[in-house]
Ligand binder design. Structure first.
Ligand code: SAM
Ligand code: SF4
Ligand code: SF4
Length: 339
């Protein structure tokens, strides 16, 4: 690609990945993300006209690709609540330079959409599932939804060929850490990669406390006590999960230790909110408006220069600096800026 393909921030990090939030709405109310008491019936979600349409998203994706972005992840909120999502996938698939398009979803609507998403060009999906126990899962998702519909969604994604499929399990001490081994047992040997995620202090509404975090090393120790594990190299530079392979050849797990072992030094991820703001860090308090210039008719070159200058000034490394003073700072909600 052209030489602009190598835009770097102040710490020498490229702009390789873009996470696109297509909606701030969700059909679940996971306590660590959109607690039901904060995101209640009166919560004001973004009005439709505030949200980027699919052509606008694809337009921006072309600009990001010209700056070196190679991977896209569609997320939210729950992205499958956005109408006709396969249409967006098809537009993104046509963007030159993009070689991977993934989707993160709670899985509930996958039975309806998996095939169409695959046909539109989606590469793979990550499904979030925090427990195999209906009671634990129902409590954590804030809606009492059992595991069966998510498991059906996983089956639908596998049948459609949206692989390699990953499962995200946020581990919250005292809520679902009892499920660490059961989840490992269920998914090992299936070709699915289970990723344990440390509970993070995203947003300001989940009441995060360090005591609720189950450190990755404890998670690995628990799995390892049942099934010997070997450390595996990252698949590519900047991979967020540490990989561990089962010594008996039954696949691998990942652990994402964003709290206890941070990886800001390799962070090549930008986020585009549903409202069209560019966030250069998951923990940023505010984004940079791209929708305004886009809707005002800015040329592709102008948008590219704007994004380039934002990225070149980027110095985020929140997780590395996390301490008692930073956790209380104002931060955008994950459901808003895209997990
Ligand atoms: N609704 C979709 C889903 O749940 O997969 C996509 C959006 S969700 C915000 C993206 C991912 O962020 C999910 O895997 C979710 O478990 C994770 N997540 C949300 N809040 C989190 C937190 N406080 N700490 C760690 N992971 C979190
Ligand atoms: Fe919804 Fe995903 Fe957040 Fe759960 S983690 S509330 S499913 S956006
Ligand atoms: Fe990237 Fe910000 Fe997370 Fe660090 S804290 S890894 S800079 S998103």
């Amino acid at each position: 690609m052209a030489d602009q393909a190598h835009v770097k921030d102040t710490l020498g990090r490229h702009l390789r990945d873009l996470r696109i939030s297509v909606t701030d709405r969700c059909n679940l109310r996971c306590g660590y993300c959109m607690p039901a008491d904060v995101f209640g019936p009166d919560h004001a979600f973004l009005p439709r006209k505030e949200i980027l349409d699919y052509d606008e998203i694809a337009h921006l994706a072309r600009v990001f690709a010209a700056l070196g972005t190679r991977k896209l992840r569609i997320t939210g909120g729950e992205p499958l609540l956005r109408r006709d999502l396969p249409e967006l996938v098809a537009l993104l698939r046509a963007v030159p330079g993009i070689d991977d398009i993934a989707l993160t979803t709670n899985g509930l609507l996958l039975p309806a959409f998996a095939r169409a998403l695959k046909q539109a060009g989606l590469s793979r999906v990550t499904v979030s599932l925090d427990s195999l126990d209906d009671e634990v899962f129902g409590r954590m998702n804030g809606k009492g939804v059992g595991t069966a519909p998510v498991l059906k969604g996983i089956d639908a994604a596998l049948a459609a060929g949206l692989t390699p499929l990953k499962i995200n399990m946020v581990v919250k001490r005292g809520e679902n850490d009892s499920e660490i081994e059961a989840m490992a047992e269920r998914w090992r040997g299936t070709g699915i990669v289970l990723r344990y995620i440390e509970y993070m202090d995203v947003g300001t509404s989940n009441g995060w406390r360090l005591d609720d975090v189950m450190p990755a090393r404890e998670i690995v120790a628990r799995v390892r006590a049942r099934w010997p594990l070997e450390s595996a190299d990252p698949n590519y530079p900047g991979e967020v999960a540490d990989r561990w392979r089962y010594a008996d050849g039954q696949g691998e797990i990942g652990v994402i230790s964003s709290v206890t072992n941070t990886f800001c030094g390799d962070c090549t991820r930008a986020r585009l909110s549903a409202r069209g703001e560019l966030f250069t860090c998951l923990f940023a308090g505010a984004g940079h408006d791209l929708k305004g210039p886009l809707r005002a008719g800015a040329s592709e070159a102008k948008l590219r220069a704007l994004i380039e200058s934002i990225w070149q000034r980027r110095e985020d490394r929140y997780s590395e600096l996390r301490n008692a003073n930073t956790t209380g700072l104002p931060k955008a909600e994950m459901s808003y800026l895209g997990g």
